[in-house]
Design a protein around this ligand. Structure first.
Ligand code: PEP
Ligand code: MN
Length: 340
């Protein structure tokens, strides 16, 4: 249950309603950054107390939650959330592109890839230092060294960086290297221990949808991050596993309008891991922005044939530039700004 108070309700009035609930053992949360006071009620409210709340003239409306989530519910905030990653804002009215190689492969090549991303017009630099690989015999990433190379490249081209974390024990290295955004990959979406541990770092999280994750499960994972201290979450649709084997995964754009109703969190799309083939990415990227995505994340490499992971979906510089140009057009058509 989420309570929307009348605009201008004084803090102590809101607190008195919270105290009333808390003294019955019902936990509450105060939403921040909204123009009106909004309170999330965590526990079940008995009928008589519900009637009391409905009769309270300080409360303008009461919203019933879809599941056992509060903080990521659309009604928990008045306006959709804007997440800041370095200087880059992700959220309503804006459209961003994150790009870079699948893996950080060395200092020189990372700088080259960062230049490529910057020249194409991308805003956030990606690159994996810790790689979740299906086979234990393939390149696993350079770890801490990779974090340093990614951050150096980002700083060189004035771009914030996003990179995947696979183990909470690695978090201090991400903090030390001032990583701007933590990526929780599809394979770790429901690693609740890790979600709880990384939430306390105060670093925004890019939460990818699990390979077979439902929208409900995905939002519960976002609720974990929020409840444990990190409300700065961006969702990322990256394709789901279906019976279709002709493409790597099936890009589920149906979630875009649905999530607009269910949550206030920004959502970006990764068409690269969905389709898995570089030449098929462009139309899917344009469709994603046209359908309202707050941005894109794609993989690009100066020499895709040399890429140490996800070679088939690595975009060439001109292909990335075309995708960014399309995104700019689709963002304008749908009334959004493209970051400079
Ligand atoms: C990646 O971004 O390189 C990656 C492994 O993504 P996902 O978790 O979506 O498979
Ligand atoms: Mn990849």
């Amino acid at each position: 249950m989420i309570l929307h108070f009348e605009k201008g309700t004084a803090n102590d009035e809101v607190q008195s309603v919270r105290d009333r609930l808390e003294c019955e053992g019902i936990r509450t949360l105060l939403s921040t950054e909204t123009a009106r006071p909004i309170v999330g009620v965590i526990d079940q409210v008995p009928e008589d107390l519900q009637a009391e709340l409905r009769g309270d003239r300080r409360i303008e409306s009461i919203h019933i939650c879809r599941g056992d989530r509060r903080m990521v519910e659309r009604s928990y905030r008045e306006m959709p959330l804007t997440v800041k990653v370095g200087k880059v804002e992700i959220g309503p009215g804006k459209c961003v592109v994150m790009a870079g190689p699948c893996s950080v492969e060395g200092r020189e090549i990372m700088l080259e890839a960062a230049r490529l991303a910057k020249d194409a017009g991308a805003h956030v630099l990606r690159g994996g230092a810790y790689k979740p690989r299906t086979s234990p015999y393939t390149f696993q990433g350079f770890g801490v060294e990779g974090l340093a190379q990614l951050k150096e490249s980002g700083e060189h081209f004035d771009m914030p960086v996003v990179t995947e974390i696979m183990d909470a024990s690695h978090l201090p290295a991400f903090v030390d290297h001032e990583i701007d955004m933590l990526q929780v990959g599809a394979r770790n979406m429901q690693n609740f221990t890790m979600l709880k541990a990384i939430a306390s770092a105060g670093i925004p999280v890019l939460l990818k949808r699990a390979l077979s994750g439902t929208v409900d499960e995905w939002l519960y994972s976002a609720e974990y991050l929020s409840a444990f201290g990190c409300p700065q979450v961006v969702l990322c649709e990256r394709g789901i596993r279906t019976y279709e084997k002709a493409t790597r995964n099936t890009l589920d754009l149906t979630v875009l309008p649905l999530l607009r109703e269910w949550t206030h969190l920004p959502i970006i799309v990764d068409p690269a891991h969905a389709v898995g083939v570089a030449r098929f990415i462009r139309p899917l990227a344009a469709a994603s922005v046209a359908a309202g995505a707050d941005g894109l994340i794609v993989e690009a490499h100066p020499r895709p044939e040399e890429a140490r992971s996800d070679r088939d979906q690595a975009l060439l510089p001109n292909e990335l530039a075309a995708i960014v140009a399309d995104a700019r057009v689709q963002a304008a058509v749908t009334g959004r700004q493209f970051h400079a």
